[in-house]
Ligand binder design. Sequence first.
Ligand code: CDT
Length: 518
Amino acid sequence: MPSNTIRLAAAQMGATHRSDPRSKTLDRMHKLLDDAANQGAEVVLFPEIALTTFFPRYLIDDSEELASWFEHGDVTKSENTAPLFDKARQLAVDISLGFAEAAENGERFNSSIYYHAKSGSILSKYRKIHLPGDFEPFEDPEAVNQLEKRYFKPGDLGFQPFRVPDLAGSSEPIMGMMICNDRRWTEAWRCLGLQGVEVVLCGYNTPGFAPHLFGSDKNADPKQAEQTALFHHKLVMQHGSYTNATFSVCAARCGVDDGKYSLIGGSCIVGPEGDILAEAKTIEDEIIIADCDLSACRQGKTRTFDFARHRRVEHYSRIVDQTGTIEPPTLSDTASQPPSTNGTHHLPPQPTSTPPPKPIRILLCNPNATPSMTASCLTMVTPTLPPDVSLHTFTAPPPAPTAIESATDNVLSAASSFRALLPLQNRENYSAILVACYSDHALIRMLREELEVPVMGIMEASLFVARTLGARFGIVATGYEPPQRDRARGRREALRDGRFLRGDRELWAGRAGSREEA
Ligand code: CDT
């Protein structure tokens, strides 16, 4: 094999029923891994949520049952999953695996990992960002549900490609992961593409016929619907690979689960010119393999899509400033405007030259470490922005707490945010910073002390707006405020029980250590 080449494999998995024991599923995975290794595969990708049936289709209210669908602790060591990693190590084959993750702090994610066989370590973890479907099931009992928004938090690790040692003549190929619905989002591919990704790994569970979910015709022929689902699947894999000049490997969980729920096959390996190099022929357990010469990525990366030369970021601000669609004004709205001096009031505004960048750039700073809260704020605020304002977001990095409910949370979150914000503001020079916390947050005063630009908390901002509305206003507050002593006790108990974020615990352990040393 040429020195820059890797033999990549996708391990497609057929039906997995709700009652299938883990031992049966692991046996199937072992066979797939043996088969791939016998064919010389160096990396094998398993599907999304590969270890169980696709449980988010069910409404599961019982918390014990729900917990049983998730993997707890280190998957490479837990008795339910360790045998797969042991096997990968014996065969010296790297694997990437999708599974439902119950994190140490109680949060749940739809995750995948890349396991490096030679070192016996997880090189990278990805948590699915674009969770499809709904929180509540459809009313129609015949509908196929997809309750991912109920069971998982949106991924909080971003799109982070990683280098893999010991492959492709030690050229340390750059790999990245996404999961199922992510592949439909150009943004996901571009985030990886902008970091030079050479192999994208994507496991999936895509229903063959789910008209409620896709908003398609409920009376359509299920076979036809399945063909359409396959077409869209390949379309996005080929498009994403081509426009980011990267190989991609995708592995399906497919077949008919419980005799009722059909999932498409179509596992494939795609080249950087968008060509399909290998493709599954069945909807059962099947290995597909392709030799991928990474130098083939150079053509697209250095010419057609030489990002540094051709991208025009001054026109892309909507991609990060806006989530929903904002349509141009209707023609009747445009017509009711006073005529412009050149008498073109019946026409929609014509682009003249490059629209000027928005002069006011506000940073919305969420001082807790919960990105979904930042995303909700952005969704809420975006439609209210004046045309000359763009909004940018910041979420506090760990060890900031995931919510701010006490003086301690306040201080921890202020420290974490402050450290990350100063270099950010140095780079970006935002016009103003809004701290999205209703408490009297220390971060507001810290930033005011340090920065020239205006800094305001949302309480003060809300009061300002309220004062413009009339002579009097009231404040409605909800929630029970436990005495501070109870909070402190709760915190100590959480610390003892290991319920803290890892960063918090390290920070507290560090403090305890330094007190002891003193
Ligand atoms: N598992 C998963 O993400 N499935 C989705 C269903 C369609 S959502 C419109 C998918 O993208 O295949």
